[in-house]
Design a protein around this ligand. Sequence first.
Ligand code: HEC
Length: 192
Amino acid sequence: MKGLMTLVVIGVLALANAHAGEYAREAAASRAVTKEFMQALKTELGQGMRDGGPVNAISVCNLTAPGIANTYSARKGWDVGRTSLKVRNPDNAPDAWELSVLESFEKRKQSGEDPGTMEHYEVVEVDGEDVFRYMKAIPTQEICLVCHGTRIDSTVTTRLEKLYPDDQARGFREGDIRGAFTITRPLSSDRD
Ligand code: HEC
């Protein structure tokens, strides 16, 4: 009996590993996109702040981020975006799957895991079709505090309140999970 149990356990572990390996390619491609996205965003933010201060840079996050996301979506036929448990733009609100992943990220952080490398992916059925879904946590960095922190300049607050009357994305501290990149793609598409 004990032997049988061991076999079952080994079988389940082997299945889990095979599963992880099976989608490693999709995960790697998604990871690469989130890395590019983050770098592009940080470059644009830095540039925007240097050019005209944080109020000017608001339009970077406001316009450029969705723009970058759309570029990837068009180029690859993927759905690429950002979401959070506390959104600034209600358009970025998580769906049920994203919400549960964001909550699991918070739990993983509480157990000591580094948000900088935190990701989750799986194949889920959407409208009868298998799709690959990927999320990567976005840690709050120092530069983010200007617009997402606890002490935000009043000129910035005024502009934010005008653009986002329901803004929840303030009060973050360095190292907090600000949100996550989220990608949904057909399993078959690989226009890398
Ligand atoms: C100059 C102000 C500014 C800075 C600096 C800034 N953001 Fe934002 N952030 C915004 C605005 C404005 C939005 C809303 C964008 C939109 O309308 O989609 C936003 C939205 C987001 C979202 C999408 C979810 C949501 O809340 O709607 C994430 C994730 C995010 N920011 C992360 C970051 C991170 C990480 C940094 C630092 C690397 C950062 N932001 C720096 C202004 C800023």
